[in-house]
Design a protein around this ligand. Structure first.
Ligand SMILES: *Cc1c(COP(=O)(O)O)cnc(C)c1O
Length: 362
């Protein structure tokens, strides 16, 4: 086996240059005389890493000054709770477009917190193969915000910049699996979050980007200190011990994205990679990609032979050819090839040639 490729949806593939750099710096650092996983989160060295990472993320995503950028723990799932606790304090009512598993989970969390949720539209009955649209009679006044998932990691449908719901109210986006993969106009959103382990770095860090004036309007009486965005913002992401290693690695990934040419370059590459794979799947009589073409994800390409048992065997046998983690999420089966920023075109080429070989033998 010469090259191996990791198609996992998360933790996902990281740039090989970043892995090499981490390896070189891991044991002994010329500035700190200790490993990065031993340094204090209060040290100057680490404080600089945090502020550099924030600046680079601002630059890459063109985040306006009136948005706070913080690094948190607890994964994307903790944001399902922090968002309503901090931002649904007036109407106690969140609107959601049910575009997949992670939208449904976010809705559940709001309910568990004793607040109201209205699912405005859902494509669950058609297995989320298209995106639910915002109903034309949507009245944003009734809700604190509308929650959407830009990229549906499990089902493979995406609200791209050109098909985002148009609302005059507050809009919150879960960008866990396509942040930095394609461009979005940040001013369209009032809060954005992303767990780190899909397209930003290793697990253990979550990014939150929140419009400051909106946050300051909220009544957070009764919200515990760790769950308050304000505390994390006031302490520049160091309210408690920060995930030092994850933020360090995230900072290296942001350097890498900048060196490669930024989000526009990532977008062009992701378009090219995903198009090559979808084009192959669409002409194939053996495989099919079920998501409606305008809604298709650039980062998580979902497909199947139509026989889930057969899919499982093909994904397993792919490991012999160096192609790992091609099975779909356990809840849906089939195949899922994650093509995050660090996934090279060579991985797509290797995957297509494997799929072709299997098709020929079938
Ligand atoms: C992975 C994922 C989550 C959950 O993230 P955790 O870090 O596992 O809590 C939430 N939303 C989306 C879109 C995801 O892809």
């Amino acid at each position: 086996m010469s090259m191996t490729y990791n198609f996992s949806a998360g933790p996902g593939v990281l740039p090989s240059e970043v892995i090499t750099q981490i390896k070189q710096e891991f044991e002994h650092n010329e500035h700190t005389h200790m490993s990065i996983i031993e340094i204090s989160h209060r040290s100057k060295k680490f404080q600089k890493i945090v502020s550099d990472a924030e600046q680079k993320l601002r630059q890459l995503m063109s985040i306006p000054e009136d948005y706070a950028v913080i690094f948190l723990q607890g994964g994307g799932s903790t944001q399902f709770e922090m968002l309503p606790l901090n931002l649904a304090t007036h109407k106690q009512h969140v609107a959601i477009l049910d575009s997949g598993n992670f939208a449904a989970k976010a809705a559940e969390a709001v309910l568990e917190l004793g607040k109201n949720v209205t699912v405005l539209n859902s494509t669950k009955s058609i297995k989320y193969q298209t995106l639910p649209e915002l109903p034309s009679n949507f009245n944003s006044e009734k809700y604190d915000y509308l929650h959407i998932v830009t990229n549906n990691t499990i089902e493979g449908a995406t609200y791209h910049q050109n098909n985002l719901p148009e609302t005059d109210g507050r809009l919150v986006a879960d960008m866990s699996s396509n942040i930095l993969a394609e461009p979005y106009d940040i001013s369209r959103f009032d809060a954005i979050f992303a767990g780190g382990q899909k397209n930003l770095g290793p697990a253990g860090v979550t990014v939150a980007i929140i419009k400051k004036d909106w946050l300051s309007e909220q009544d957070i009486t009764g919200v515990g200190p760790m769950m308050r965005y304000k505390n994390h913002i006031d302490k520049q992401s160091m309210y408690n011990t920060a995930p030092v290693f994850s933020i360090y690695a995230l900072n290296l990934v942001l350097d890498w994205v900048l060196q490669q040419g930024g989000v526009d370059e990532m977008y062009q590459r992701n378009l090219a990679k995903s198009k090559k794979l979808y084009d192959y799947l669409d002409q194939s009589t053996f495989y099919s990609a079920p998501v409606k073409s305008a809604d298709r994800s650039l980062t998580n390409v979902v497909f199947t032979t139509g026989n889930l048992e057969q899919d499982k065997k093909i994904a397993k046998a792919a490991e012999e050819e160096g192609l790992f983690n091609l099975s779909g999420h356990r809840s849906v089966g089939g195949f899922r090839a994650s093509l995050y920023n660090a996934q090279p075109m060579a991985a797509v080429d290797a995957l297509i040639s494997y799929l072709k070989k299997v098709e020929k033998q079938a």
